[in-house]
Design a protein around this ligand. Structure first.
Ligand code: GDP
Length: 348
């Protein structure tokens, strides 16, 4: 299993350019049985320096990073909720992803038309978000209609549910994204099965002109899709030199992948040995057996305990023998909540 981010935005903002650059980084599907072979899905490695250091420690034959999926969701235009463009089909694609990466345009190029005729990232965002809000309103209103008769018949639980649906309606009606209004855990749980689009975590990517790359735009990841498409076509040395000349340390794609990973509230744990060093992903808060399940169902079902060492401790101690001697390895049971950077050996 992996987590997915849908790339959305108005036409001609640079979504495909970014997506195509991302797919050039695609992993070898052989190592990831869950990989979907779909031209609109790119499964990419999550950049992580720690895995290289662990692999060096064990002289591992294979190094396998963890991955996330990007999904190219083209076709969102104003009026999608009324069926414009790909309409509802498009919205159902968004429903399937875990988070949304919204691309807005802030590059100038007279050869590339802007759908509304002028460069205005804020208004682009408004257009997209309004579509998401309208789609959610339709979903919530349908649910309100279904719940009302039951609530009228006096069932307490139904009345409470109805109150939450009505609150969601009011918020959406006022133009709010439900993911940004601080709904309580109970409210979120009540709305969960509606799979509302505006409850998904969202990040904004601003596609800028090459000379604006180093500017800071609060709340946005600033990239140049054009430069990213050039960088992925270069060999590593050239790419590094080019990056340096632009005053950047990391490619926009690497920053984007990391930011998406963080947006999803994911953490990484490692398994490491001479055969292979591998990074794995779990949701923050996962327990040791849940982490085991990511590797193999046996690791969850037959879990006895986990031998856990922070990756840095393991590297500093020169391996597990040293880590044990220094008391840096700890034995953990079923309740243990996995921490980012743990290396884990599962006893089953
Ligand atoms: P999409 O409709 O959002 O998928 O947009 P595309 O990625 O297809 O880009 C639309 C056009 O804009 C293409 O001709 C791209 O080459 C061009 N384009 C995309 N990103 C940039 C950029 O950063 N700078 C410039 N100048 N052109 C870009």
């Amino acid at each position: 299993m992996s987590f997915s981010i849908g790339i959305v935005g108005l036409p001609n903002v640079g979504k495909s350019t970014l997506f195509t650059a991302l797919t050039r980084k695609q992993v070898d599907a052989a190592n990831y049985p869950f990989c979907t072979i779909d031209p609109n899905v790119g499964t990419v490695p999550v950049p992580d320096e720690r895995i290289e250091q662990l692999a060096k420690l064990y002289n591992s034959k294979k190094v396998i990073p963890t991955v996330i999926e990007f999904v190219d969701i083209a076709g969102l235009v104003a009026g999608a909720h009324k069926g414009e463009g790909l309409g509802n089909k498009f919205l159902s694609h968004i429903r399937e992803v875990d988070a949304i990466c919204q691309v807005v345009r802030n590059f100038t190029d007279d050869d590339v038309t802007h759908v509304t005729g002028e460069i205005n990232p804020e208004s682009d965002k408004q257009t997209i978000n309004t579509e998401l809000i309208f789609a959610d309103l339709a979903t919530v209103d349908k649910r309100i209609e279904e719940t009302q008769p039951r609530a009228r018949s006096g069932e307490k639980a139904e009345q409470q549910a109805l109150a939450i649906y009505q609150k969601a309606h009011t918020l959406l009606d006022n133009g709010a994204l439900l993911g940004e209004v601080g709904l309580s855990d109970d409210e979120q749980a009540q709305l969960y099965d509606l799979h509302l689009l505006t409850m998904k975590p969202m990040m904004y990517v601003m596609n800028v002109d090459e000379d604006k790359l180093t500017q800071d735009v609060p709340g946005h990841l600033v990239v140049s899709a054009k430069i990213e498409s050039e960088l992925v076509a270069m060999d590593e040395a050239d790419a590094r030199e080019y990056l340096t000349s632009l005053g950047m340390q990391q490619t926009g794609l690497d920053r984007l992948i990391r930011a998406a990973y963080e947006l999803l509230d994911l953490i990484t744990f490692f398994t490491s040995g001479p055969d292979e060093t591998r990074a794995w992903t779990v949701k923050r808060g996962a327990t040791a057996p849940e982490a085991g399940a990511v590797i193999h169902t046996d690791f969850q079902e037959q879990f006895i305990r986990a031998e856990v060492t922070n990756w840095q401790d393991l590297v500093t101690a020169g391996g597990e023998v040293g880590a044990k001697e220094k008391g840096l390895m700890h034995l953990e049971g079923k309740e243990y909540v996995v921490q980012d950077g743990d290396t884990i050996y599962f006893r089953i």
